[in-house]
Design a protein. Sequence first.
Length: 759
Amino acid sequence: MLPSPEPPAFTLLHRSLQEQLYRMQWTSLRAIQTAAIREVLLGSRHLLLSAQTAGGKTEAAFLPILSQIVGDHGGGVRALYVSPLRALINDQFRRLEDLCERAEIPVHRWHGDVSQAARRNLVDRPGGVLLITPESIESLFLNRSGALNRIFGRLQWIVVDELHAFPGSERGAQLKSLLYRVEARAQKRVRLAALSATIGDPEEACRWLRPGAPDAFRIILDDWEREIRYQLRGYLRTGDAGDLVSPEWDDDLTDDAGAAPPETEADGRLAADLFHAFYGKTALVFANSRARLEFYADLARREAARRRLPDRFAVHHGSLSRAEREGAETALRSDTPTVTFCSSTLELGIDVGRIQEVGQIGPPWSVSSLLQRLGRSGRREGEFSVMRLYVEENEPPPLGPASERLFPHLLQAVAMSELVLDHWCEPPEVDGMHLSTLVQQVMSVIAEHGGARADRLYEHLVTRGAFRNVDQAVFVATLRSMGVADLIEQTPDGDLILGVVGEKLVRRFDFYAVFQTREEYRVVCQGRTIGTVQPPLDAEVGSYLILAGRRWRIVDTDVQRRELQVLPSRGGKVPYFPGAPDPDVHPRVREKMREILFQDRLPAYLDSSARDMLRTARAAAREAELDREPFFQAGNTTWWFPWAGSRVQRALWGLGRFIAGLQVEEDEMALVFQDSTPADIRAAYTALLPNLPAAEALALRFPILEREKYDEFLSRELQALCFAGRCLDVTGAAAVIRAFSSRSGSTDANDERQVANDE
DNA sequence: GACCTGCTGCGGGATG
């Protein structure tokens, strides 16, 4: 590389930060850090920094930003750091305090656990850096509106950490809205620095953050590539009760009623493999539900007990108490190798020390999440990342239809693995309309000012705010819905103020968060809270449950206080954790699944059982001639495999069910029709093409449209608008229908050529 | 076949 004519980035930093780096014994800066230092100190654009966890992103942003604000004492916050997690704020607080020590820059933090004294300190003497959650920014607008000009008047920088956690969700819409409202309080232009580890499409992420100003960003990507060690193991679960696990798994438990192990022989093999692969290492093992985590953690612990080995397993998920979770985090950071069964709570950048290997049970939900999890191991240069994937499928009945031998979970896991190797992951969702969050923000702005005129609200939240994809008609309709629900009302001189219901909502403790939550029961053992479980409960005194990977017997229930008293037990049963609707699968993943099904290559990272299963699936697909026709028929039932993303498939389902009047259900990657032949289905859908309804009209036919917290206060038409935008792809559905109806007349030979070309 | 996240001010009583 040619020597740069510019001064080295290090010398651009303020002297006190240079000294601080010496003291911390940093010998060099990473490429991403020098690039960020130059852009912050010599350029004028916003920044998007994308690098692996522990790749030094935070320092890349903060070294030059702190350099700019050294010597500034009070008079207002200069840099605002927003994080989706309190734990991340606490991590960063410690790191920033070190960096800021010599430079004498005050560092404040504000979230639900921060003391009143620390809050008062910020309000009385705002300055330096403030670390905060979106919800706590909301609380500043509601409870400290008088101090906002003082706090944010001199703001220069907003840093958004873990950016990928925000686009596409109602919480992201809230964050964006709050950032515009904060900027409106600043006297000068505020620059943004967004940080992310896995962002599928950086330009799209910038467009989400600042629509209409894509050139305003400098995107800096880290090119550090790590070696990956990858394995996918397959397990066939036989449905035969006679094959249930051998007695050695529950030898001590036969005296305990309710202790009957629900696991199958395949679960037993999987658990034994987990034990061999991970015991004695520091590892994270992810699974797709809290119930599965508890299940495998319990199996692993019993396996250790059976071998008379010490328990080296921990569990970490959102339904465990803070003490339990902190215990698991401490064990991970300790010198004792611990295997932690965890959910996405440990997917984000919280520092849990050095992870040797990562496991994933079941197909991941998204490529982005798989990448994020993979990136938790091998975080140092020279180390490699290790991912072990475990996928179970039910063994199909020997004489059953070919459609039951396609193994969709295995296909999805292989497809996502291939996409990781292709360096692809889902792009952020930038266009979603979150009217539920708009409802909340309208109430928040009215509460902030005591009242507001409709045109000012429109300007504040829409034309100069975060809801730019909401047009005036939709905005007016939203206000009207809010009026009908008594959230707001109009005074005789035209001001909008909070209505009776609105007043109550704003005063509620949970107003600050825009996402839905449900009621929970605390599980308490001798005064110590283990975690929570959610109703409906079949919890009666004497019954069992498994929580935090340990077995408990319920000894008392208190419905009033929503509390279950438990004692350790040898019996156990994984409690019910209710879930949300099926997660959406990106079209690219389904395309890849189809590709894998119709090619012959066996990826090298499959074990022999996964290979056998993939061969079986391919043979079944060939036998059913799915490469020629997307249909498979058996008796009165026809399966249609559109190989499309969830939104297209959902639209196809709605069109068939509500418009064509067919008997159809969705089953993972297929639409399943009763009493219709492939020819019927083709004809019915083709007949729809000339008069295909708009997505909104189709959405109105779906019985349940409410999805977000304040959706219930919107008219059904507005609910349909949000649903159509976020859950249905009618244009994509039309393309699928056109593709199969144009092929129906062609000969088989042409068809085959077509398929070959497609691939 | 889902996962995760977050949130107040105030008054009353005990303690140093």
